[in-house]
Write a protein that binds this ligand. Structure first.
Ligand code: CKX
Length: 604
């Protein structure tokens, strides 16, 4: 277990959570003087206001601010009431992109590497109760080959730093998720996990809880109507649920698990969560949820929206789920990083399946790797001296992701990479260790996978044997032989699929990406690349090939919506492969998918 609790914040009779979201103070620190001048202790020298949560990039009007690369600082004050003196006190940031140091009342209380997972700082000994407290955050959004996601930094002639992502999404940064002040009993529940066994209408819910102090754990499980379904005692045990309601694909049923910590018969802490009883397994060429095959239909997504960048917004998330339900989807991949926890909570409620991806993207040395990757060009990566440090970061983020997301019924698999180089000895050794590590961590032993680009071909890829189901990102008819050559592209696509078939792997394949950039404004009959008509045709032709191969058990189109990317000759103010526009209106292709997904025999 990690050194701190990743439990989602809650308030109840024993715990208090207070939001610190709002308008904070903010300063860029291009010369890196903040650390030297101890802004963490002394406060920011000068500042402007900055909303939290938000990325900073799209709030500004100057290029240097939008594209700012380097150190930046936040500051705010918070008040900690003195009526909970006996509680431990924590600050919890949903994420800070990409690395951070947190200072409370001048003292360093936490440091974190990785921009998409929680940062939790124990401030019990430094917080002042009944008074104002100063909170300062140092953050940095530089990219390197030693940290996830991968990239580099170029120093322009002006001396300004410019980030060079090896990936295809804008490097939004800042405090992009909510911040809470948490007050928790000194002896508290810090973690729990559940696993399930289902037999004929009966379910065994095996639980394990961790706590501080010497108390005893009591567990109760309530059904959706609030009736007690089962209860147990002890930090580890099994709850037997007669007539269990299963959590099913697009038909969710959630139980409430209540954990209580008792000392001398008195409750000292309580934590409640919503869980879904279901099993997930790969058997032969099928992905089974509750023993029944499911065909994955949906999208690779991004946390991306106008103005706020990657900040979580309930309203956008709600609209996304409504759009996905409208066209018959049942699944999405959190490409290319773990999303805000609220996404998974909503997926739990909606019965959506989630492939949860760690931010291991850009592991291929190329400025515009999507172009090289799409064509299958060989690139190298795993031979450099930064790899051991990268691997440590990768492993720690896999651990934090699994720890955070392990109890969501919606999470059916963990994806441990997107489109790395997979053909060298270095790649094979690197990923062998990453997969072995992840297999130790998940109490539910969910399938592990990774999304592979064209260069990870059947005759060259060294990493596919590690995957429980094989995820392919393929762009035949876009990066390969697009436009008038689409028939040839399809022939090449079919050839590659035959080569996979001949390997007789007997595992499911899921397409985790396929798509064509499409400007919502462009129409042409007959279609040409970038028009809506071409996107429709591309989708239909791609499906014709996928449907020939029964081991294909899922299709997640790239992308759910248009999204912001680094500017360049390949992108028109962002990546336009969205099936929906950036403001979540359907392109024609949304109806092509709707038509197909609603009719599918394997519809669930
Ligand atoms: N896959 C051939 C990773 C995504 C990109 C997508 C694209 C690439 C394609 C690689 O992050 O956006 O180029 O549209």
């Amino acid at each position: 277990m990690l050194g701190y609790s990743e439990l989602y914040p809650c308030s109840n009779a024993y715990r208090s959570k207070v939001s610190l979201d709002g308008l904070w103070r903010f300063s860029f620190d291009a010369d890196g003087v903040g650390k030297e001048k101890e802004w963490g202790r002394n406060g920011l020298a000068s500042s402007c206001s900055m909303p939290v949560p938000s990325a900073f990039a799209d709030l500004f009007t100057k290029e240097e601010e939008r594209d700012y690369t380097g150190d930046f600082w936040y500051e705010t004050e918070f008040y900690c009431p003195d009526d909970l003196q006996d509680r431990a006190c924590f600050l919890r940031f949903g994420s800070i992109t990409h690395r951070a140091a947190v200072y409370c009342n001048g003292q360093l209380v936490g440091e974190h590497e990785g921009g998409f997972l929680p940062v939790v700082c124990d401030i019990t000994d430094v917080v002042k109760r009944g008074e104002a407290n100063r909170l300062v955050v140092w953050a940095n959004n530089e990219l390197s080959e030693a940290a996830l996601p991968c990239g580099s930094v170029k120093i322009l002639a002006s001396g300004r730093k410019l980030v060079k992502p090896y990936f295809d999404f804008f490097n939004y940064a800042g405090i992009q998720r909510s911040v809470y002040l948490l007050q928790i009993p000194k002896h508290a529940i810090v973690d729990y996990s559940v696993t399930y066994e289902i037999e004929e209408g009966r379910a065994k819910v095996n639980y394990e809880a961790a706590h501080t102090g010497d108390g005893d754990i009591w567990v109760s499980l309530y059904d959706q109507d609030g009736n007690l379904a089962a209860s147990g005692e002890g930090a580890k045990g099994t709850l037997c649920v007669e007539g269990a309601h299963l959590w099913n694909v697009r038909n969710a049923y959630l139980y409430t698990i209540k954990l209580e910590l008792k000392e001398n018969g008195r409750v000292v802490d309580e934590y409640k969560d919503r869980i879904g009883i279901r099993t997930v397994k790969v058997e032969g060429e099928k992905i089974l949820v509750n023993g029944k095959p499911v065909y994955l239909k949906g999208y690779g997504k991004h946390e991306d929206f106008e103005i706020m960048g990657r900040a979580f917004q309930w309203a956008v998330a709600k609209r996304d789920f409504e759009c996905m339900k409208w066209n018959g989807a049942n699944c999405f991949r959190t490409s290319h990083y773990p999303y805000a926890e609220e996404w998974y909570r909503m997926a739990d409620e909606e019965g959506f399946l989630v492939i949860d991806e760690v931010a291991a993207v850009g592991m291929m040395r190329s400025f515009a790797n999507f172009a090289d990757a799409g064509k299958g060009k060989h690139t190298y990566f795993f031979e450099t001296p930064t790899v051991p440090e990268l691997k440590k970061n990768h492993m720690r983020q896999v651990e934090e992701m699994i720890q955070r997301d392990k109890n969501h019924p919606s999470v059916i698999a963990f994806s441990l990479f997107n489109e790395p180089e997979t053909t060298s000895d270095g790649a094979a050794a690197y990923f062998k260790d990453i997969f072995a590590w992840a297999r130790e961590l998940d109490p539910q032993r969910r399938p592990l996978t990774g999304a592979m680009e064209k260069n990870s071909a059947p005759d060259k890829c060294r990493c596919y044997p590690l995957l429980d189901f094989i995820c392919l990102n393929r762009y035949y008819g876009w990066y390969i032989a697009g436009g008038p050559e689409i028939e040839e592209a399809m022939e090449l696509f079919a050839q590659e699929m035959k080569a996979w078939e001949e390997k007789k792997l007997h595992v499911p394949f899921v397409f985790t990406e396929f798509g064509a950039d499409t400007l919502a404004s462009e129409h042409k009959l007959p279609g040409v690349m970038w028009t809506q008509e071409y996107q429709d045709k591309y989708m239909e032709k791609t499906f014709e090939i996928m449907d020939r191969f029964p081991f294909v058990q899922g299709e997640l189109a790239w992308n759910f919506a248009d999204f912001q990317a680094q500017e360049g000759i390949m992108r028109v103010n962002g990546n336009k492969k969205g099936i929906f526009t950036r403001n979540r209106q359907p392109k024609n292709a949304a109806y092509v998918l709707k038509n197909r997904w609603e009719k599918m025999e394997r519809n669930q």
